[in-house]
Design a protein around this ligand. Structure first.
Ligand SMILES: Nc1ncnc2c1ncn2[C@@H]1O[C@H](COP(=O)(O)OP(=O)(O)OP(=O)(O)O)[C@@H](O)[C@H]1O
Ligand SMILES: [Mg+2]
Length: 159
């Protein structure tokens, strides 16, 4: 069964983390996830959850100098590495995105790109776009938008 664009309410940070963990539980090598939303929306919190769901090594953070960081598959995890990218500082420069060789990484890893919307789609027509919108309180609303093959995939277990 396929799932269309859906919204999820995430009242607290723990909910965003848990949502990411569920997503990490269904991702496979070659999957591209783009995270959008303003500064402080919770993109890195979501990426941490995805890393937990995949069971990869190393702490996911918002590195100051590193744009892409690879987290190796770890014992007890799902056996798939994670490449976590923060494209904020690329400022839309596609040549610099291309220099990261993410298309090569994507063959064997899950690639998650913060600030990737409008840029990282070129890596794959088949991707999951998640937009995080902060409400007045701590609540975030995640809009999950499947593109390409994701439209025919069964990912409703993450909701
Ligand atoms: N419901 C929520 N979901 C996620 N984070 C929340 C929530 N409520 C509060 N927060 C807080 O919002 C902040 C989100 O920070 P995070 O670094 O994940 O944002 P970001 O979208 O990655 O920002 P940036 O664009 O700077 O990379 C954290 O301090 C977290 O504790
Ligand atoms: Mg971040």
């Amino acid at each position: 069964m396929s799932t269309a664009t859906t919204t999820v309410r995430l009242p607290a940070e723990a909910d965003t983390h848990a949502f990411g963990r569920r997503l990490g539980g269904v991702l496979a090598a070659g999957d591209l996830v783009l995270l959008a939303g303003p500064l402080g929306a919770g993109k890195t919190v979501l990426a941490k959850g995805i890393a937990d769901g995949l069971g990869v090594s190393g702490r996911v953070s918002s590195p100051t100098f590193v744009i892409a960081r690879e987290h190796r598959a770890a014992p007890g995890g799902r056996g798939v590495p994670l490449v976590h990218v923060d494209a904020y500082r690329l400022g839309g420069r596609l040549d610099e995105l291309d220099d990261l060789d993410l298309d090569t990484e994507l063959v064997d890893a899950v690639v998650v790109v913060e600030w990737g919307e409008g840029m990282a789609e070129r890596l794959s027509d088949d991707h999951l776009l998640i937009r995080l919108e902060p409400l007045a309180d701590e609540t975030r609303v995640a809009t999950v938008i499947p593109h390409g093959a994701w439209r025919d995939r069964d990912w409703e277990s993450i909701l």
